[in-house]
Design a binder for this molecule. Structure first.
Ligand code: PRP
Length: 180
């Protein structure tokens, strides 16, 4: 069945960039790798709100290992298309992660500032291990000096929405990923 979304307020219709089907297949592949890497373990997946909620929900439902989840909430973009350069912690963890295997789950790594902030924050809580997963990675513009363990898709420097990602809080509910 076709799916058409009403981009009521936009002058230009965003273009479909990654289909729902491609996302589903890639999420399954990432989950397969995570199942292997954490076989017999019970990692804590930490979703970074708001953007990661759909990716995290789909990813953990593809897992066959036991796991726990918790959330952090950060903000650096507000309603803007450009990072403010300052990351704010809006909601801290509830889970006790000392001595645990932790996987941070992001929807997108853009400048890398958010992930750098998270790495410092989580390392301070002394997890047993720490890895990173992101659905989208702007490898060329991120300033990260550490590796991201699970990457869905490497993308160029385009403004993308859908599958959790927003423009001024809208479009998170799109099933695919679109470029403005
Ligand atoms: C987005 C996204 C990442 C971050 C990545 O969050 O969800 O957390 O930006 O950008 P960076 O690599 O340049 O730091 P945003 O602040 O837009 O909040 P949201 O998740 O609520 O959309």
């Amino acid at each position: 069945m076709g799916f058409s979304f009403n981009f009521r307020l936009e002058k230009k219709k965003p273009r479909k960039y990654i289909s729902e089907r491609k996302i589903k297949l890639r999420v399954r592949e990432l989950a397969k790798q995570i199942n292997k890497d954490y076989s017999g373990k019970c990692p804590v997946f930490i979703g970074v709100l708001n953007g990661s909620f759909i990716f995290l929900a789909d990813l953990i439902r593809e897992l066959s290992i036991e796991c726990e989840i918790d959330f952090l909430k950060l903000s650096s973009y507000g309603d803007s298309m450009i990072s403010s350069g300052k990351v704010k912690l809006l909601k801290d963890l509830n889970a006790e992660i000392k001595g645990r295997d932790v996987v941070i789950v992001e929807d997108i790594v853009d400048t890398g500032l958010s992930l750098k902030f998270i790495k410092n924050l989580i390392t301070g809580a002394k997890p047993k291990s720490l890895r990173f997963a992101t659905l989208l990675f702007k490898k060329d513009i991120s300033k990260l000096k550490f590796k991201i363990d699970y990457v869905g898709f490497e993308i160029p420097n385009e403004f993308v929405v859908g599958y959790g990602l927003d423009f001024a809080q809208r479009y998170r509910n799109l099933k695919g990923i679109y470029v403005f």
